[in-house]
Design a protein around this ligand. Structure first.
Ligand SMILES: Cc1ncc(C[n+]2csc(CCOP(=O)(O)OP(=O)(O)O)c2C)c(N)n1
Length: 540
């Protein structure tokens, strides 16, 4: 017999979990006690939200669910934002929360909130464990649900007395959940229809989303593009899918996307959506598309198909498997004039960007992101935060590695903790977090996590002294009436770096950029780089 807490730790070991992110408290204390000496590394973040985002970054780089832990009440509620963020980005997490004792449930005792009730709408599944005998099965199922089908967060709420109770521990070898059998193979007939549509289309277009990364299908989608010559655009979550300079890649679509990508979407006669849910930020008026294009939607989640965009050929399945099925049919396409037209537009857009007038002050942010990406080592991980910095990053990212951001929720403060988690999943890859001065201040407390656990990431602040994205909205839609966007009162970021013992550099003018980037990239340790950006800069 072992205790429930010991069983919980044993489950993590059975799952081969090497690292967990969390913040302790009374109702999760038995579990923490058993974690000690278990061989599983625990990373103490500085808020529970940081733990959730770090687990998300870890999951995205490792391909396995990230594990985050909190106590009940305020610990759990602090975790909710990260769970909701992972849910909207389809990131596999297993969140473990402590809960008040079973006999106290529903009595509003100290630090009780109805955790499972609250997170239900933004988790893939939740468990409130009432008996220690259920722990093995629940954990086994939770990891399975989080990492199969459409990935997402699963929460396990474990009352403190359940952690203390004794049980005969069994970890099931397999999982069988009635009604949960995610389809992974595409229907062969539908796959043939897609191949046929590709053959007859004149202006075919692949629109790739985050689902491609979740299925680890980047290479396969690249092969489909190259074998058929079909141009590719991506959603925000699909950025990094193909190199920016690839002749068949035309950038990110959507409100903040490139002109070429949006024209491609508007004019295509065959739109193949791959692992993309085409939310409102990607395609504002789906009705306009439906009227003139054949729309193929490849997605693991049947609920996504037809939700935002009417679909001509629905194709439910895992992207890797469906694209393999499609490639086996050797689809052919003849769309040279279409490729050339888009190529010409991309060239013009790039020339227009280069001939932009210099900003009144600071460094032009697109130029900053491009200069940074050019210097990054191969395979570096670039984590973008939220705000104008996210858009500048996404539009200009031209590194050879991964690009991570939160597209679904757009949660400020994501980049630093997510970068910490990503770094732990791929320690040999340089990992950088790029944020604004507002988003930096939402999670700068996690610099302590970075120092305590010796996780050398690079943090870059694009400092414009404003909540730039909101200022831009106020300037465009509210007659420039600025309210609540001024960030005066912010600290001296150099002194913050110094206080944490982190090396720091600051770029105030374009001519200082190269040397500062070199200084950051030559440094093997953590680094904070701030770059001045004119407050009037926009994202267009
Ligand atoms: C947690 C959270 N609160 C509020 C917002 C709304 N919001 C979106 S962008 C933005 C401004 C971001 O400012 P900053 O981090 O300085 O980046 P910038 O836009 O200046 O690049 C705000 C407030 C959000 N996305 N997330």
């Amino acid at each position: 017999m072992i205790s429930g807490a010991q069983a919980m730790v044993q489950c993590l070991k059975e799952q081969g979990v090497p690292v967990v992110f969390g913040y302790p408290g009374a109702t999760i204390a038995p579990f923490y006690d058993k974690l000690l000496g278990s061989g599983i590394r625990h990373v103490l973040t500085r808020t529970e939200q940081g733990a959730g985002h770090a687990a998300s970054g870890y999951a995205r780089l490792s391909g396995s669910p990230g594990v985050c832990i909190s106590t009940s009440g305020p610990g759990a509620t602090n975790l909710f934002t990260a769970i909701a963020t992972a849910y909207s980005d389809s990131i596999p997490l297993v969140a473990i929360t402590g809960q008040v004792a079973t006999w106290q449930l529903g009595r509003d005792v100290f630090q009780e909130v109805d955790t499972t009730g609250a997170v239900e709408p933004f988790t893939k599944y939740t468990y409130l464990v009432k008996s220690a005998d259920d722990i093995g099965r629940v954990f086994r199922e939770a990891f399975h649900i989080a990492s199969t089908g459409r990935k997402g967060p699963v929460l396990i709420d474990v009352p403190v007395d359940v952690q203390q109770a004794m049980t005969e521990f069994v970890y099931p070898e397999s999982v069988s959940i009635r009604g949960y059998k995610p389809r992974t193979q595409g229907h062969p007939l539908q796959v043939r229809k897609v191949a046929e549509a590709i053959r007859t289309a004149q202006r075919p277009l692949i629109c790739g989303g985050g689902g491609i990364f979740l299925s680890e299908a980047q290479e396969l989608v690249g092969r489909l593009c190259e074998q058929t010559g079909i141009p590719v655009v991506s959603t925000l979550m699909g950025v990094g899918l193909m190199p920016q300079e690839h002749p068949l890649y035309f950038g990110m679509l959507g409100q903040s996307g490139t002109k070429t990508a949006n024209t491609a979407i508007r004019e295509s006669d065959l739109l193949i959506l791959v692992g993309a849910r085409v939310g409102d930020r990607a395609i504002t008026r789906p009705d306009k598309l439906q009227s003139h294009a054949t729309i193929v939607h490849i997605d693991i989640d049947s609920a996504e198909i037809g939700k935002n965009v009417g679909t001509t050929i629905p194709l439910v399945g895992d992207v890797t498997q469906v694209v393999e099925q499609l490639l086996a049919l050797e689809p052919v396409s003849d769309c040279k004039p279409w490729q050339e037209r888009l190529g010409e537009m991309k060239k013009q857009e790039s020339e227009a960007r280069q001939s932009r007038p210099a900003p009144k002050s600071g460094v032009e942010p697109s130029a900053f992101v491009r200069a940074l990406c050019k210097k990054l080592p191969e395979n570096a991980v670039y984590v973008a935060d939220v705000g104008q910095n996210q858009i500048w990053s996404a539009k200009n990212f031209c590194g050879s590695g991964r690009f991570l951001t939160t597209g679904g929720m757009g949660t400020m403060g994501y980049s630093i903790p997510a970068a910490l988690g990503a770094k732990l999943a791929a320690f040999d890859r340089m990992t950088i977090a790029v944020c604004g001065d507002g988003s930096f201040q939402m999670s700068m407390n996690e610099l302590a996590t970075m120092c305590q656990h010796d996780i050398p990431i690079k943090v870059i602040i694009l400092r414009n002294g404003k909540l730039g994205m909101v200022r831009e909205i106020q300037s465009r839609a509210y007659g420039g009436r600025e309210i609540a966007v001024e960030l005066s009162g912010s600290p001296d970021f150099g002194k913050i770096a110094e206080a944490y013992g982190i090396a720091h550099a600051s770029v105030e003018r374009p001519e200082e950029l190269e040397a500062a980037l070199e200084q950051m990239l030559q440094n093997d340790s953590a680094f904070l780089l701030e770059c001045a950006v004119d407050p009037e800069e926009g994202t267009a």
